[in-house]
Design a protein. Sequence first.
Lengths: 325, 326
Amino acid sequence: MSALLDVEDLVVRFATPGGEHTAVRGVSFSVRAGERVGIVGESGSGKSVTAQAVLRLLGPAATVAGGAVRFDGRDVLAFDRGELRRWRGAQAAMVFQDPLSSLNPLVRIGRQVTETLREHLGLDRRAATAKAAELLASVGIPDAAARLREYPMTFSGGMRQRVAIAIAISCAPRLLIADEPTTALDVTVQAQVLDLMDGMTADLGTAVVLISHDLGVVSTFCDRVLVMYAGRVVESGTADQIVEDPRHPYTRALLASIPSLEGELPRRLPSIPGTPPQPGRAHTGCAFADRCPLAADVCRAEDPEPLELGDGRLAACHFADRSAG
Amino acid sequence: MSPVVEVEDLKVYFGRRRGGTVKSVDGVSFDIAPGETLGLAGESGSGKSTIARALLRINEPTSGRVVIGGRDVTKLRGAALKAFRRQTQMVYQDPYDSLDPRMRIGATVEEALLVRGVPASRRAAGVRELLDRVGLPASYARRYPHELSGGQRQRISIARALGVDPAVIVCDEAVSALDVSVRAQILNLLKDLQEEAGLAYLFISHDLSTMRFAADRVAVMYLGRLVEIGTRDQVFTAPRHPYTRALLAAVPVPGGRGRGPRARLAGEPPSPADPPAGCAFHPRCPLAAAECVTTRPELRRKDDGRITACHFVPDAPTGPGSEVTA
């Protein structure tokens, strides 16, 4: 079956005062219609840059230096302005960590919702306003019709994220990319927003790419999970495989370093020595080698290619076929 | 052993420009024993950071007592207050904001030694020792904050806090901004230092899995008041207050759930400027009854010895000790 989104060997470079650096180093993945794929990683792993590159939202300092992004078989990287405008919003939408970065603080909520509806669905003002009120009500905003006249600042963080989701799904997109959508929210509100995204995307059959540093959020929402480190996908598999039988030492260490909410606690948490590499710092061999308990000479010499482990699993580790032991 | 920190009926109210009062902290009592970590959990607006700042007299308590190391710090004035502020240390979420970017690491750490009155001749050695205790090479003394990673900067704030030789350190979301892999290192470091020096921590975090690892006892706040306090195992294994239960249920645990709704609570925490009458939690509480709307439940010792503020958890038989200060 062909994929809805197909990302192949994506490379993204940044121009910085200190020279050029590569933030995404050959990332490949695909998302089927209606599927939920999580991307988890720490700061500098390239997860957000990957999302921005897919939606062609990279800033001026960044360029896609290689690879392909196909949506429904069409070459997204070749879209002209018009094609991009028609595609974003209508077919592919994005939700960010801070809804204030996607909502204009000076424009009433109503206008921000109706803009998208009028542009993509060709509704007139009155029909768009009615539909906007309906949408806000459907994402759980009480007194929606009245609140259309308010500005984003009068909404709480959770409510703003609901509005951002309402706008994102207003045209029933086939793909939603959500970048840390609940990171700024309290845990009880996070649960509500995840439930909302769950229901909305299930009803519409929207595929979701959920990006988060939180393995709990990603693994409970997604069918499949990619783990990124230093600009590469180091492991991918179903959410259950990743959580129950991680094959990359980085994934294993990441899971072990999260204190559990039940059961015995160790006196010391298993931790990963060192820090994630600075984006763009050149290295030979595996980027995780410096911090890896399994590192051997081969790891410092050769960057491991993703290894097929069967069941559609991949891990980029010279020792990935060795069991967790 | 007498507690290092005793907080008694602490209230911190803020006046609002448009009139009215925000009761950010409204009658909170707890204590912390030497070598103990008390965790303060709760969502934004619950008042946990205000408690931290009131302890260090950054926010003025409206009423109540805060006794640190046997001294009532709410009564300090003038030079004594200034000295107290320099001697009490807090580790913040973003060390970048709390470290002077123009000062070398060595000078930042040395300042703490100066406060303690360490003579100049012994300060360089003192700085090296402090860096060593937080796991950094002595050569870092010559670096500036921007040359360090987030985890290393947090180690520096911890070194600076240790420099004044405190009995208690307040950690306000101290590991929240760190990457998961680095967070574990800092949590381990805090534990090691605690065992070494008998330090007490007031550990504030919105992250409950971090809290479970770090805290010996946990106090849960909702809208300026404690709703439950108990040992870590009590609170995490058998929470009594419906808010604590909902909070724990909302945490996404890796591999921890099948498909199905996550949220146990509707709505968001109300504004502390306009708290609901009765039990502040009643508009979101699955158990709320008429009594909860009219009468605020006090923090009481319950039939099973647990301390919580809920009408639906039966009180302990009345008698001496049923009124509690946690």
